[in-house]
Design a protein around this ligand. Structure first.
Ligand code: FAD
Length: 366
């Protein structure tokens, strides 16, 4: 049986960022991942946007870790020569209600410490993005895009250089809380004893919490999977900013937006709908929803977009709920000392990964 000090479950961007952070402070850190390599789920099925932090209520983890995480991430990307672009974004408003909403977003962003926010007029929008339909826009200069695969690769490299073992094809199937440690069983029959366990299992983080004995229904920690599909367009070129609609304040996502990747290719999405199974299959049944949403800010015809990819969000927010924050906690109070849960790490989890890692580090009892 293996004996380890810190066991991290999951090698998505969060587990890898936590591994890198802890490798700078602890000697005996192991990451276990059920897939054959890192980032096979949400961390490579997202918009790759470095968010600014304008959307989330003040003093929440999402607001604080997004703003702090964005700063840490830009520094890390620059220092490690990982491809990124601080392209900025425009949230467009085309009527009075939307104008009011972008002023609210600006005020909220400023409360969260987001710098450089500016409401600009139609003529200024045209100068920045001639193709985009906008009466007004909130200009968000700190937004950017990143190559998430290269980011994860670098996090893995640094962690391994610092002595972390990352073991693939290792699926945790049960966890037993002993007096001073945890007995972790894997689907291949192997057993590990770990003094500290960190649950970074993404879409399955509620299931991992359940394994140790936490009643996720009672604690309101059950995840609700929410699929998001993307369309691509090769016909639309020369867009320099990310273009977002005003989000529905009671909605479950930011609205179908336009992102560019580091090659300048244009993508639209994601949409959002709850699902019960982990199925990355796609069909065209949501195409009209895409066209309707996009045509509000960009003239486009049906044959100019085609299906691209999809991801699934690990949401604590179920249908009809209001805002739900990230859940990042050390669980002594529930009877599980040195067990740290990261649950509900949906967007802006990629942006926040380095700040989440620092938060996890601060929760470890030494
Ligand atoms: C459509 C979409 C768009 C998004 N866009 C953005 C964006 O633009 N910007 C942003 O900041 N964020 C965005 N996000 C959010 C971001 O992608 C996530 O917050 C982040 O990737 C979560 O990383 P993770 O490591 O927690 O999860 P994951 O990447 O899912 O990693 C969890 C890992 O745990 C492993 N695992 C699970 N169970 C077990 C087990 N029992 N044993 C061993 N291993 C296990 C899984 O195989 C997986 O590899 C988006 C998300 C979606 C779905």
């Amino acid at each position: 049986m293996e004996q380890v000090d810190i066991l991290i479950i999951g090698a998505g961007v969060v587990g890898l960022a936590v591994a890198k952070e802890l490798s700078e402070n602890y000697e005996d850190v192991v990451v276990v991942e059920k897939e054959a390599s890192f980032g096979r789920h949400t961390s490579s099925r997202n918009s790759e946007v470095i968010h600014s932090g304008i959307y989330y209520p003040q003093h929440t983890l999402k607001a604080d870790l997004c703003v702090k995480g964005g700063e840490l991430l830009y520094y890390f990307l620059e220092e490690n020569e990982i491809p990124f672009k601080n392209c900025g974004k425009l949230v467009v408003a085309n009527n009075d209600d939307e104008l009011e909403e972008i002023y609210k977003l600006k005020a909220n962003g400023e409360l969260n410490g987001v710098e450089g926010l500016k409401v600009i007029s139609s003529s200024d929008c045209k100068k920045l993005e001639p193709k985009v339909i906008a009466e007004y826009a909130l200009q968000v200069p700190s937004t950017g895009i990143v190559d998430s695969h290269k980011l994860m690769q670098k996090l893995e490299n640094i962690a391994e250089d610092n002595g972390v073992f990352i073991v693939y094809n290792m699926q945790v199937i049960s966890i037993k809380c002993l007096k001073k440690e945890y007995l972790v069983k894997f689907s291949n029959g192997e057993l590990f004893k770990a003094a500290k366990v960190i649950n970074c299992a993404g879409l399955f983080s509620d299931k991992v919490a359940e394994m140790v004995g936490i009643n996720v229904e009672k604690e309101d920690l059950k995840l609700h999977w929410c699929k998001g599909e993307y369309y691509k367009s090769s016909k639309i070129t020369d867009i320099n900013h990310l273009i977002y609609p005003v989000p529905d304040p009671k909605g479950i996502f930011l609205g179908i937006h336009l992102t560019i990747n580091l090659q300048g290719e244009v993508r639209f999405g994601p949409n959002a709908y709850y699902v019960n199974e982990l199925n990355y299959g796609m069909d065209e049944s949501h195409k009209s929803e895409f066209l309707e949403a996009i045509q509000k800010y960009l003239p486009i015809s049906e044959n100019e977009i085609h299906l691209d990819d999809c991801g699934i969000r690990a949401k604590l927010q179920k249908e009809g709920d209001g805002f739900r924050d990230f859940y990042i906690k050390e669980e002594t109070q529930k009877g599980y000392p040195n067990f740290i849960n990261c649950i509900g790490i949906e967007s802006p989890g990629l942006t926040s990964c380095l700040a989440i890692a620092k938060k996890v580090n601060s929760l470890i009892n030494t």
